[in-house]
Design a protein around this ligand. Structure first.
Ligand SMILES: O=P(O)(O)O[C@H]1[C@H](OP(=O)(O)O)[C@@H](OP(=O)(O)O)[C@H](O)[C@@H](O)[C@H]1OP(=O)(O)O
Length: 483
């Protein structure tokens, strides 16, 4: 979907603005058709972005497979697919739901006749409840079922009924309920939607050996098991100082002023966090309920959306991406695990054996994918994202909403090419992100010889031991030095 210009801002009823009201009315009436379509903010929601934003054709047909022409020619046979998949669309976390209530209460306590927008916001029902806490929503289940159907359709020689029955597919997941439920939905999409096994209560997945999710947080939540990351980033209040600084930036202050005027709420009662939360309510209403004209969206225009997107991207950059080396280094075990799967398949193929596990599906979080992508050098900008360079980073590569929306997925596909002129060229790997070809940074090609990949990433295979990378190094300063 080409994002549309933002909906008109309803203006507050002040006498001197009669002329502006009439102009604004004309503007809004001209844009009524825009109001009836998704607001022009949908590609700025960062990690709260719908999957459909990166593949807009899915809005019309969620089962449409478009990438077949991008795959290797029939002279090359897919041997294995290893994927890392973010869970589907989810509810806000309880942390965010608390902020939602605070923001909505600020608006509810407004007395007298406010603007039409304030009234719409006051009439809006705060339907989010603490129990939701990041759980997968129905749309998220559908995200996963549809993704399973599309991946199987893209690689029918890998996703065969025979392999399904012989439990030659593995499904590993983070322990978080949204990931476990995403895995179950993905499997159900394969079994019932793609292979069309009858979906009856008794035809549970238990009848299919090996079709149960296996929880492995060492792999899918590696950041929780890396002491150096926990101490230096997760539990370090100063780690996100660039995020904190941007919350006080001129760009953010301008957004706060705008919202203060629109809501007639004193600026000192607002904050970047609360305004980001209002922006996220717009995203959740769209992603979860497909509400395209939420009053929360009418608070923002594209200029605001770009600032709020950058605030979220700064968090992801410094907490999950290139901000600190440990963010990506903590994902080495996952990368090595993926590569090992490919290497085993090459070995099996070279000895003319059947590939033992041709399908490896792994379900995690945005914070599983972002460090892994950073480790591979993907979406790296020349200049770090900071609180000071919002303007110059307008065309940045690191835009979390374009990389890790809900249901985002990174796939390594191993092929055997029998017509290859040399043994070195026989095994090749294609990289796909969100079902689209992704170029390896070292070659700017989406195709890499397996041997070349081994050479390019050898430093991660041999020189990145989690026990060393995640160890907390005690400084040898004496206690006096620390006084
Ligand atoms: O700001 P919230 O609470 O939504 O942040 C979540 C993470 O959501 P995200 O920032 O990625 O939109 C959530 O990642 P997800 O991929 O599972 O949605 C993460 O698991 C959760 O712990 C929160 O991350 P945080 O870094 O602890 O804020």
């Amino acid at each position: 979907m080409s994002f549309l210009f933002a909906p008109c801002r309803p203006c507050s009823p002040k006498p001197f603005q009669i002329l502006l009201i009439s102009v604004t009315w004309l503007c809004s009436s001209a844009r009524t058709s825009v109001e009836s379509r998704p607001p022009g903010l949908t590609f700025f929601f960062g990690t709260k972005t719908r999957y459909e934003e990166v593949n807009p054709f899915l809005q019309e047909n969620p089962l449409l497979v478009t990438g077949k022409q991008d795959l290797l020619p029939n002279t090359c046979t897919p041997l294995k697919i290893v994927s890392v998949i973010r869970h589907g669309t989810r509810y806000p976390t309880h942390k965010q739901i608390k902020k939602m209530k605070k923001m909505h209460d600020l608006i509810l306590k407004q007395k007298g006749i406010g603007s039409e927008l304030v009234e719409r916001l006051q009439q809006w029902e705060m339907w989010y409840e603490d129990w939701m806490d990041g759980q997968l929503v129905k749309k998220g289940e559908q995200d996963m079922r549809n993704l399973a159907y599309r991946l199987a359709s893209l690689f029918p020689s890998l996703f065969t009924e025979e392999r399904l029955k012989q439990s030659k597919m593995t499904f590993t997941t983070s322990s978080k309920h949204r990931c476990v439920d995403s895995t179950k939905s993905f499997i159900s999409g394969l079994v019932h939607d793609y292979f069309r096994f009858p979906q009856t209560p008794e035809s549970g997945l238990k009848d299919l050996p090996g079709m149960e999710p296996v929880i492995n947080d060492t792999l899918m939540r590696f950041f929780d098991h890396c002491p150096k990351f926990l101490v230096e980033v997760e539990d370090n209040d100063t780690a996100l100082h660039e995020v904190d600084k941007f919350k006080q930036s001129p760009e953010m202050k301008k957004v706060i002023q705008k919202i203060s005027t629109l809501l007639d709420v004193p600026e000192q009662e607002l904050s970047a966090d609360l305004i980001q939360m209002a922006f996220f309510i717009c995203s959740f209403e769209l992603a979860i309920k497909n509400i395209v004209n939420s009053p929360w969206c009418s608070l923002f225009d594209e200029e605001d959306a770009r600032v709020l997107e950058y605030l979220n991207d700064l968090k992801q950059y410094w907490k999950r991406g290139y901000g600190y080396d440990i963010n990506s280094r903590s994902s080495c075990h996952l990368f090595q695990h993926i590569f090992q799967h490919l290497e085993i398949a090459v070995t099996e193929s070279k000895s003319s054996q059947q590939v033992s596990i041709p399908v490896v599906m792994q379900f995690g979080h945005a914070e599983t994918l972002l460090p892994l992508l950073a480790l591979m050098g993907l979406f790296k900008d020349e200049t770090p994202l900071t609180a000071e360079n919002f303007i110059s980073q307008t065309e940045r590569k690191f835009r979390s909403g374009h990389i890790v929306p809900y249901a985002s997925n990174l796939a390594f596909v191993l092929y055997r090419c029998d017509m290859a002129e040399t043994q070195r060229e026989k095994y090749q790997v294609q990289l796909l992100l969100n079902e689209q070809l992704l170029h390896f940074p070292h070659s700017h090609s989406s195709l890499c010889l397996f041997e070349e990949m081994k050479e390019q990433y050898g430093h991660l295979l041999d020189g990145c031991a989690i026990s060393t990378e995640c160890a907390i190094v005690k400084t040898n300063r004496s206690s006096e030095d620390e006084l």
